[in-house]
Each structure stands twice: as structure tokens, then as C-alpha cells.
Design a protein around this ligand. Structure first.
Ligand SMILES: [Zn+2]
Length: 305
């Protein structure tokens, strides 16, 4: 015979099950401007987030077209996670405006700018657009320093808990786990990379400043005559002359940049041209944040005897 108490227990259990399955389905929708932030969200949210990554490693994040498909994704997002510091200034404001989505507008909890949580390098003392049209708020390519990345991860985890408070514990646990694994990996990377300290590099664009500042690599020149301006024959000829007596250890470019200038200068100077992944997906082995750093260090270390 079914007693009243048994009936109550069955009702309570059914209610709990319904609640659990409901909360498991209530995923947040994340619009990640770049692959590194998509991967960070996956680390911090797991199944609790449905992540859309707006760009690939093969695209230059300064120059993206604000396509209708991106606007449609932004319209449905609970949070936009981007680099900030003007990296996306040519396309993100238009996406935000066109989306009509109040949740993701600047100063709303659903708007997260990674670069605003860390000290930025190369903040210009004088803003002079004739010196190039980008990086007026300092260098926005902040994700390649693992220490800064962890600071950003902590801020992002907290923010996820604010916009999705029912799952705040879930985000906290995942952050704690990520933080442990990340700090252990960072220690290992630092040990492996010790021989890179003091190496000199030429870069296509200043995408690597945070990586270099972390590893003690010295940037001696850029292939771009000004930030955002493609390499010119005159500028490359000047570099060739400048480097004739002291060729750098490597000439670095990313998957979103042409290899032409780097390869030309490599031939002239004898320094190897090296394509680093830059972000997740920039190399077929760099498929999450951990392997991104592994592959980057492996490639740099191949050039150091
Ligand atoms: Zn840049």
C-alpha cells in the first residue's frame, strides 16, 4: 500500500529530477571573438556553455567583416568574450550595435574584455595615428603570457558565475581545477624555455610581445613598417642592412599573415622564418590552450641548439 509519505517522497524526487534536467539544459550562449577565448570558456564552463567562436586562427582579428551571420550569433548571446584594447575596434562595435542585444553591450555583465583585466604592454605615451592605426590602448594580444591568462581566467570565471548564478559553484570548481593544471604546466614551460632567454626575434606584427616578455626574448624589429601596415620592399631592405652583422635567432609570423616577407628576410639574413600558431587552431596540434603553448615552445626550441 502506498502511504502518504511514500507519495510525498516520490513527488519530491520527481521534482528534483525535473529541476536537475532543466538546469542541465539551461546552457549559456557565449560569443567568443577569438579562438583563445572560446577555448578558455570551454575550460571554465564545460557543458554549461554553448560556445560560438567568431574567428579562426587563419583570420587577422584586427580586420574581420561584421557579417550578418555574426550579428545573428551576437543577438542570441548571453555573454561576449573578446580581447578588447581596440583589437576588435573595426568590427565588434558594429556587431554589438546591430545585434540589438542589451545583455552584451559595453558595461553590461554580458560584455567581457580580457585585456582590461591585465597590465598592458606598449601603451603609447602620445597617440599619433601616423605611427600606425592600431594598438592605441596598448598591445591587445594578451593571451600568450600564461600568467596574464590565468588572471583573465579568474575574472572570467567570476563573471560567468554572475550572469549564470545558478551554476556559480560549477564555474568555481572548474576554475580551481583549471588553475591547478595551468600553474603546473606554466612551471614546466618555464623550465623548458630557459634557453630562449636573451634570444632576439623579428616579428611580422607585434603579436608576441606578451610571450616574449614572459620568456625573456628580445624583439629587435618588425616586418611591418608601422603597426597594421604590410611589409614594404623599402622597409625590408632597410632591415636586411640593419641585421647584416647581427642576424636574430628567428623571424616570427602567424598563420593569419603572409609568409612572404619573413621568408625573404630569412633568405637574406640566414635567420630561420618560423610560423607559430598564435592561437588555438593555428597549428593542427594546437587544439586547446595547453597544446597551444606546448607547440609554440616546441617550435621556438627547434631553433636553439
Ligand atoms: Zn595587433
Amino acid at each position: 500500500m502506498v502511504t502518504v509519505i511514500q507519495r510525498i517522497i516520490v513527488t519530491v524526487i520527481a521534482g528534483l529530477l525535473a529541476f536537475t534536467s532543466f538546469s542541465a539544459q539551461a546552457k549559456i550562449r557565449v560569443f567568443a571573438c577569438e579562438p583563445e577565448w572560446g577555448s578558455l570558456i570551454e575550460e571554465l564552463a564545460g557543458d554549461q556553455a554553448k560556445v560560438f567562436v567568431a574567428t579562426t586562427a587563419q583570420q587577422d582579428p584586427h580586420h574581420i567583416e561584421a557579417r550578418p551571420s555574426l550579428i545573428a550569433k551576437m543577438r542570441r548571446a548571453d555573454i561576449a568574450v573578446c580581447s578588447g584594447a581596440e583589437l576588435e575596434t573595426g568590427w565588434l562595435p558594429l556587431l554589438l550595435r546591430s545585434s540589438g542585444n542589451k545583455k552584451v553591450q559595453i558595461n553590461q555583465p554580458g560584455y567581457f574584455e580580457a585585456a582590461s583585466f591585465v597590465n598592458r604592454l606598449e601603451i603609447p605615451t602620445v597617440i599619433d595615428r601616423s605611427l600606425g592605426d592600431i594598438h592605441a590602448s596598448g598591445n591587445p594580444h594578451v593571451h600568450l603570457d600564461p600568467h596574464r591568462l590565468l588572471i583573465i581566467a579568474a575574472a572570467l570565471s567570476k563573471r560567468l558565475g554572475e550572469i549564470d548564478s545558478g551554476a556559480a559553484n560549477h564555474y568555481q570548481q572548474r576554475y580551481d581545477d583549471f588553475s591547478k593544471r595551468w600553474q603546473a604546466a606554466t612551471e614546466q614551460w618555464q623550465q623548458r624555455a630557459a634557453s630562449l632567454r636573451g634570444a632576439e626575434a623579428i616579428v611580422h606584427h607585434r603579436d608576441w610581445s606578451y610571450l616574449f616578455s614572459w620568456l625573456g626574448i628580445k624583439e629587435v624589429a618588425q616586418l611591418e613598417p608601422k603597426p597594421g601596415v604590410p611589409p614594404s620592399a623599402a622597409h625590408l631592405a632597410k632591415l636586411k642592412q640593419q641585421l647584416a652583422n647581427s642576424p636574430p635567432q628567428f623571424i616570427i609570423y602567424g598563420p593569419h599573415q603572409s609568409a612572404k616577407a619573413a621568408n625573404w628576410l630569412a633568405k637574406q639574413t640566414g635567420s630561420p622564418a618560423l610560423q607559430l600558431p598564435y592561437t588555438v587552431g593555428g597549428d593542427k596540434q594546437a587544439n586547446d590552450l595547453f597544446s597551444l603553448f606546448d607547440v609554440t615552445l616546441n617550435k621556438l626550441l627547434t631553433t636553439i641548439p
